[in-house]
Design a protein around this ligand. Structure first.
Ligand code: ADP
Length: 494
């Protein structure tokens, strides 16, 4: 296990960088197979760390540790669990700069966005520390004069958590916090592109004093092997996954035998609709925020921009002006808005989608070709997009905004819903009837109305259709980690 100065020299607290698995409160520096993998900076190609490449054996060990720790963790009072989570929240905020540096170095997003992500992740830890103490049950009038019915909620048990590279801190924090608050223990498998952010959280949890085994991290490149063990092992009672719909399907199949509970936060294909009566400036700002955050690599990024005919040309002109101000570069540099795409494969995908759109008659108004340096891709604007283009159906996951022109509300609602996905949708309009009707008609779990920013710990984040099920954040989020039990008590006369 090695950490390079490219990483450690940039940290005020270098111990936040760790290159090992975290199992049962201990750092494991070797894999049983003797293999390691490299984590590198997508902006420069520099190697940041070499990490033991853990797989089935380590996953099993971590599950055993989580299973052994779970009854003791659940037996603590809610306040005791909440106090530890609050400590973790404080440590995350205190070390936000270092955590953001680790995040930017391993995944590329601009430092200011990375810092925002750390505080966003920390806000879930704080929120669920508060919710830990509000896991209320119910009493129900009995069905006969001599019965009393009480409903209690109990932790699901050991939870396997699988997270993606695009929000290496927040996607984990959103699962970890409600799980621990509820009294579950966790085995986490971070994406192999970005394990350092997850390991930094483990380091903070070690410092905060969480008992061994309550949180475990298994970094590794054999995602299928780790995933299979998490899904097949009967000691794991639930899988919480954020990632692609395809992998989500695989995990569901694997969980079928054990009838395991699941939460799934999968792909999206967000429509971003601008009606004629929209506030133009607000709509353009919303589009910039929703489309270009994280270089377009989020599951709630605007994927299809629908603009009504009357405002179309003005919107496109203003969007182009604002897009021209976005600076592409190394996320550690001041003033950068768009970092590199995560891999060369991601660039190829964007290129394929653009080639298809061009062939089908879309016009490239701006950008449209890689910068040629590493995996940087410039902000790209297309007009004349149509529903038969691949980018109307697939997640672009890059800084490409395709604009579709539409005429009527009915038409755009039909277009917006014509996808198997249903995570986030956005629209800009002022007419109150239009706002109400369109919001109700969009088949999505999240609808941003006159805003491009919808993520907060206080609201339930999650999708419908093939974007998944379960909710993260809000009072609903903790329910995903609780089982309902009802107690039916027969009472005699006294
Ligand atoms: P993305 O397109 O965001 O990389 P993926 O679904 O491929 O989405 O990855 C999300 C997470 O799922 C990552 O941690 C990845 O390693 C993991 N993963 C990928 N394939 C599998 C699999 N077969 N079983 C379990 N986890 C997997």
């Amino acid at each position: 296990m090695t950490l390079t100065p490219v990483l450690t020299d940039k940290l005020a607290e270098p111990r936040l960088a760790v290159a090992g698995g975290f199992i049962n409160g201990k750092w494991s520096s070797v894999s049983s197979r003797g293999k390691v993998f490299r984590v590198s900076n997508p902006a420069t190609g520099e190697v940041l760390a070499q990490i033991p490449d853990l797989a089935t054996h380590a996953t099993r060990e971590a599950i055993d540790a989580a299973h052994a720790a779970q009854p003791g963790w659940a037996a603590l009072s809610a306040k005791e669990r909440a106090d530890l989570l609050k400590k973790l929240n404080r440590l995350m905020v205190e070390h936000a700069d270092d955590l953001a540096t680790i995040l930017t170095l391993e995944m590329g997003k601009p430092f200011k966005e990375a810092r925002g992500e750390i505080l966003y992740g920390a806000s879930f830890i704080e929120w669920f520390a508060e919710e830990a103490r509000r896991v209320y049950g119910d009493t129900i009038p009995g069905h006969t004069a001599n019965t009393r019915i009480t409903v209690i909620k109990q932790p699901v048990g050991v939870v396997g958590v699988i997270t993606p590279w695009n929000f290496p801190n927040a996607m984990l924090a959103r699962k970890l916090a409600p799980a621990l608050a509820a009294g579950c223990t966790v085995v986490a498998k971070p994406a192999s592109e970005t394990p350092l952010s997850a390991l930094a959280i483990a380091r903070l949890m070690e410092w905060a004093g969480f008992p061994p085994g309550v949180f475990n991290v298994v970094p590794g490149t054999d995602a299928a092997a780790i995933g299979e063990e998490l899904c097949a092992n009967p000691k794991v009672r639930k899988i919480s996954f954020t990632g692609s719909t395809n992998v989500g399907r695989v995990l569901m199949r694997q969980c079928a035998d054990g009838i395991k509970r699941m939460s799934m936060e999968l792909g999206g294909n967000a429509p971003f609709i601008v009606f004629d009566d929209a506030d133009l400036e607000a709509a353009v700002d919303g589009a910039i925020a929703s489309k270009f955050r994280n270089a377009g690599q989020t599951c709630v990024c605007a994927n299809r921009v629908y603009v009504q005919a009357g405002i179309h040309d003005a919107f496109v002109a203003r969007l182009k002006e604002k897009m021209a101000q976005l600076k592409v570069g190394n996320g550690m540099e001041e003033g950068v808005d768009i970092g590199p795409l995560i891999t060369g494969k991601a660039v190829d995908k964007v290129e394929d989608l653009l080639a298809d759109a061009r062939e089908q008659g879309a016009s490239i108004e701006m950008g449209g070709a890689p910068t040629g340096e590493m995996t940087f891709y410039p902000p790209t604007l297309l007009t004349g997009a149509t529903r038969t283009m691949r980018l109307a159906r697939e997640e672009i996951f890059g800084p490409v905004a395709p604009v579709f022109k539409f005429e009527t509300a009915q038409e755009v609602i039909e277009l917006a819903n014509a996808t198997e996905f249903g995570l986030a949708a956005y629209f800009f309009a002022k007419d109150i009837s239009r706002v109400t009707r369109v919001a109700e008609a969009l088949q999505y779990g999240i609808v941003g109305i006159n805003t491009g920013l919808i993520s907060t710990e206080v609201a339930p984040f999650g999708g419908v259709k093939q974007s998944g099920f379960g909710r993260e954040g809000s009072k609903y989020g903790i329910e995903d980690y609780l089982d309902i039990k009802y107690l039916c008590l027969a009472v005699d006369e006294v």
